[in-house]
Design a protein around this ligand. Structure first.
Ligand SMILES: C[S@@+](CC[C@H](N)C(=O)[O-])C[C@H]1O[C@@H](n2cnc3c(N)ncnc32)[C@H](O)[C@@H]1O
Length: 318
């Protein structure tokens, strides 16, 4: 069985490029228009262990250099998803998406959604309301862009709802393939008891990136994360048969990314499945357990993850 080809610098034949260093150095080696999806969570300038806190102007100017390169490498029908929260300055919050939007706008990108990612865990504030969401700015380069909505539909809330008048009266009114997941996503963030937790302080949940990979790319497309941390975007891309490029300035995170990919190949990496609902103590349901990823059994994996589920209408004896 052939193993995934991993490369430590840009290589058009690799399944995954994992670069240990400044993302700008990697980006300069990536050809124009190669990438279908850039998805990233850049440093927030909060003074976390992996970042030096900068003046906001300096931070934005560094972000602009990376964004410019990301635009250059994105294909005309591709997307850029920039996931950010707040920069906190002396107790005052600065929503980074508001600060970053003008950069994307000035580069001619078109905003398709400002997705609100809501999660349940975080710091408890005492002088303001505790923050429980961040955002994903989804931009496209042009009006002709890949968007596979059917691949990411979710179960309808009322599967039995029917048209009550007109020519379709009595027929089910919802799409049997499920509903649009909307622009508010309830996905648990990766905290201590999350099955995907590594030593990284702010990982992407793999399922968050899976939704973007499935909807905004096709098989064999390239997915890039210039600030890849421990490679969560890489895992999401490889699970679904895409190729991937990532950089991180901390070599130890790159080593963890590589070992997660190798574990996924060996079938020993566990992730939280996309189909698992968020735990609700007031209406506990049967929980979908964490799932083992296996990059070599992609046929089975694809059947499991990408089958077009028909959500049955449940008879209430009406
Ligand atoms: C918010 S974290 C991203 C975590 C990632 N989404 C994951 O799932 O692990 C930002 C990452 O950017 C990295 N970083 C900071 N400056 C960088 C640079 N100039 N080039 C590449 N990586 C950088 C940090 O080391 C950190 O791991």
């Amino acid at each position: 069985m052939e193993s995934m080809k991993l490369a430590d610098r840009f290589d058009p034949d690799a399944n995954a490029v994992l670069f240990a260093g400044d993302c700008l150095d990697l980006l300069r080696s990536v050809p124009d228009g190669l990438v279908k999806l850039v998805v990233t969570s850049p440093p927030y300038n909060l003074g976390k262990s992996y970042e030096n806190r900068l003046d906001i102007g300096e931070y934005l100017s560094l972000q602009r250099s990376v964004i410019e390169e990301c635009v250059r490498v994105t294909s005309k029908n591709g997307s850029i998803c920039w996931q950010v929260g707040n920069f906190v300055d002396n107790g005052e919050i600065v929503p980074l998406d508001l600060k970053l939007y003008p950069i994307f706008e000035s580069l001619g990108l078109r905003l398709r959604n400002r997705v609100v990612w809501h999660f349940g865990h975080g710091l408890h504030a005492s002088r303001r309301f505790s923050g429980r969401y961040e955002v994903i700015l989804w931009f496209t380069r042009t009006n002709d862009y890949t968007f596979n909505l059917d691949a990411v539909r979710v179960p309808p809330k009322y599967p039995n709802k029917k048209h009550f008048k007109g020519p379709k009266a009595g027929q089910l009114s919802c799409n049997p393939l499920g509903k649009n997941p909307t622009d508010v996503w309830d996905i648990p963030n990766v905290k201590a008891n999350h099955v995907e937790k590594t030593e990284h302080p702010c990982q992407f949940p793999v399922e968050l990136v899976e939704r973007l990979v499935l909807s905004l790319t096709n098989e064999e497309d390239w997915v890039l994360d210039p600030f890849m941390g421990v490679g969560s975007a890489q895992i999401a891309a490889l699970i679904h048969g895409r190729r991937t490029i990532g950089a991180d300035i901390e070599p130890r995170y790159v080593r963890i990314a590589e070992s997660r990919i190798r574990a996924a190949e060996a079938g020993t990496l566990r992730i939280r499945p996309m189909e698992r609902t968020v735990y609700d103590p007031s209406s506990p349901k049967e929980s979908v357990p964490p799932k083992y990823v296996s990059l070599h059994n992609r046929e089975d994996q694809m059947k499991l993850l990408e089958r077009k589920t028909i959500f049955p209408s449940v008879s209430r004896g009406e």
